[in-house]
Design a protein around this ligand. Structure first.
Ligand SMILES: NC(=O)c1ccc[n+]([C@@H]2O[C@H](COP(=O)([O-])OP(=O)(O)OC[C@H]3O[C@@H](n4cnc5c(N)ncnc54)[C@H](OP(=O)(O)O)[C@@H]3O)[C@@H](O)[C@H]2O)c1
Length: 259
């Protein structure tokens, strides 16, 4: 049997997990599932009241509100997360924004804010978390990107580029950190019904609920996958399309998106 790229997680009970970007959508659903499975979870995002709702009724939940774009907030956030958890077995970084854009209507403010949140904030987090995990000698980092990273898609002009950056970043992280005993996961979801996608006015193929997405993420982590993509059919099809010669790929995408 082929060995998984990361150590499979066989039991969630007692796992100490920091979820960043978990006041709504996929992160909130993942928090609920992890807490129900016995993990101890620190839930982070900006809106404290929404975090409280996610944590409500769970004795193993802690909330930690901060803004990931605030470089100076990260060291204290890590130290508070460690106060709650003692050690970090897994951090899931999913804070992001989505500004659907065509190439003829570029808003530089949206470009800067998207790259700052979706990409630069990952580096902000990594700059404090990676040294800590190396010191611990154990633990894992999961970054939520998107299958829009695979190929240029209509309206994903800004978002797709930020998520493509994360796909590249995760590979370097794996390359460098796996030999140090750390796990690195790249989570590439397809369409999930969350506040983020509520702006979409087109039919979203393979649309999942946040709870289905959370279940798919946990299955991927349990199997020790490096890349966790879902839903499998749509994600695999898009991945395949991204690898066919340019001429056929553009034609296929025009036909699929009717654009
Ligand atoms: N939904 C989809 O179809 C889909 C598809 C592919 C990938 N994804 C990815 O999945 C992840 C979760 O997205 P979602 O769909 O669940 O959307 P969502 O419900 O809008 O969740 C985004 C989360 O990021 C947090 N956040 C935003 N800005 C922040 C900041 N400056 N500091 C701290 N937290 C911040 C938000 O909380 P606050 O507003 O409280 O800060 C919220 O908890 C994102 O990385 C997204 O790109 C989603």
């Amino acid at each position: 049997m082929i060995r998984p790229l990361n150590p499979p997680i066989t039991n969630w009970s007692g796992k100490r997990i920091w979820l960043i970007g978990a006041s709504s959508g996929i992160g909130a659903a993942l928090a609920q599932r992890l807490l129900s499975s016995g993990a101890q979870v620190v839930i982070s995002a900006r809106r404290a009241e929404e975090l409280d709702k996610v944590a409500s009724g769970h004795s193993l939940a802690h909330t930690l509100a901060f803004d990931v774009t605030d470089t100076g907030a990260w060291p204290q956030a890590l130290s508070l997360a460690l106060q709650h958890l003692g050690r970090i077995d897994l951090v899931v970084m999913g804070a992001a924004r989505y500004d659907p854009t065509h190439s003829w209507e570029i808003d530089l403010d949206q470009v800067e804010k998207s790259f700052d949140l979706n990409v630069v904030s990952m580096y902000r987090g990594l700059s404090v978390i990676v040294p800590k995990l190396i010191e611990q000698g154990t633990g894992g980092i999961a970054m939520i990107a998107s299958i829009s990273a695979y190929t240029g898609l209509p309206r994903a002009l800004i978002y797709g580029a930020t998520k493509a950056a994360l796909n590249n970043l995760a590979q370097t992280l794996y390359f460098e950190l796996a030999p140090k005993g750390l796990a690195v996961y790249l989570i590439n979801p397809g369409f999930v019904q969350t506040p983020m996608t509520s702006v979409n006015d087109f039919k979203m193929p393979g649309l999942m609920t946040p709870d289905q997405a959370a279940a798919a993420i946990m299955t991927g982590l349990e199997k020790g996958r490096f890349e966790i993509r879902f839903p499998r059919g749509f994600a695999n099809a898009l991945r395949w399309i991204s690898r066919v010669p340019d001429r056929f790929r553009f034609a296929l995408l025009h036909r699929m998106t009717k654009m």
